[in-house]
Design a protein around this ligand. Structure first.
Ligand SMILES: Nc1ncnc2c1ncn2[C@@H]1O[C@H](COP(=O)(O)OP(=O)(O)OP(=O)(O)O)[C@@H](O)[C@H]1O
Length: 265
């Protein structure tokens, strides 16, 4: 099922946070959304998982208008991993993951054997099976992030949107999470700050700046030295990954000799 943002705008207190954003995520593809801090990435994502109502434009899952769909039906199609998603209540990990089934259950209906198995498999897949009986409040940031992803997966959505899901994850878990997204077969829109991870994980990348889509295309088309300098204000050296050929960005980090040296008056 594809995901389409069509001329999406979000205006708050007279300020346009997102302006005329149109972006298509093909069925089963992974699209990255990148851009500087404050460029509107989370705001756009919040419209997709319906934490925010757009001021104008539409969000479609296939032919369904997500903005108008009843919440339960929407949650059967779209799962979200929000930025620093909170798990405030002291559920066990197994209970928190099982919450992902809520959109498919009626009232206090118990999980079926298939659903229980689904939860166990999701926890194993994310390497949190051994934590099943632990309280989520006792987890590290990275462990909690993986619980949230397991919860999103057991929701069995068609579309998955994720806001900086690699936050808190060590490098192994970053690579594993993005590999799992690629292998999931789901339609994925993911906000990432790390442009190198985005280049490796995404079929296409959309670049936001000041609420507007600057460009969208394959990593090779989008991640050029000029584009990154224009949008992010820092010029990288772009080299092809020696194995995959996807663009990888290198930065020179050096002290500004004039301004950053401590004065020795
Ligand atoms: N409810 C709100 N009221 C007013 N301004 C808001 C509101 N929500 C977000 N903003 C502003 O909208 C702009 C876009 O915010 P958003 O969180 O979408 O950016 P982002 O690209 O996800 O940023 P980051 O990379 O820092 O997470 C920011 O300037 C933010 O301060």
């Amino acid at each position: 099922m594809d995901l389409t943002l069509d001329q999406l705008s979000v205006v708050t207190d007279g300020r346009a946070l997102v302006r005329d954003l149109s972006l298509h995520v093909g069925s089963g593809t992974v699209v990255g959304l990148v851009g500087p801090n404050g460029s509107g990435k989370s705001t756009a994502l919040r419209c997709i998982y319906r934490a925010l109502k757009p001021s104008a434009g539409t969000v479609r899952a296939g032919e369904e208008d997500l903005v108008r769909l009843p919440p339960r039906q929407g949650a059967q199609l779209v799962a979200a991993l929000a930025q620093d998603g909170a798990v405030d209540l002291d559920f066990t990990v197994a209970e928190a993951v099982a919450l992902g089934r809520a959109p498919h259950l009626r009232g206090n209906q118990a999980l079926s054997a298939r659903e229980r198995e689904l939860c166990v498999r999701a926890m194993d897949r994310l390497g949190i099976g051994h934590l099943a009986g632990r309280g989520v409040l006792t987890l590290s940031g990275g462990e909690r992030q993986r619980v949230l992803l397991a919860r999103a997966l057991v929701q069995e959505p068609r579309i998955l949107v994720l806001d900086e899901p690699t936050n808190h994850l060590d490098v192994r878990h970053q690579v594993e999470l993005l590999s799992q997204l690629r292998g999931s077969g789901l339609t994925v829109l993911v906000v990432l700050h790390d442009l190198n991870l985005a280049a490796g994980a995404c079929d296409r990348i959309g670049v936001l700046s000041a609420g507007r889509l600057v460009t969208a295309g394959t990593p090779q088309e989008v991640l050029t030295e000029d584009l990154v300098e224009d949008v992010f204000g820092v010029r990288p050296t772009v080299v092809p990954h020696p194995k995959s050929g996807v663009p990888q960005l290198l930065y020179s980090i050096h002290p500004d000799s004039e301004e950053s040296s401590p004065s020795c008056a």
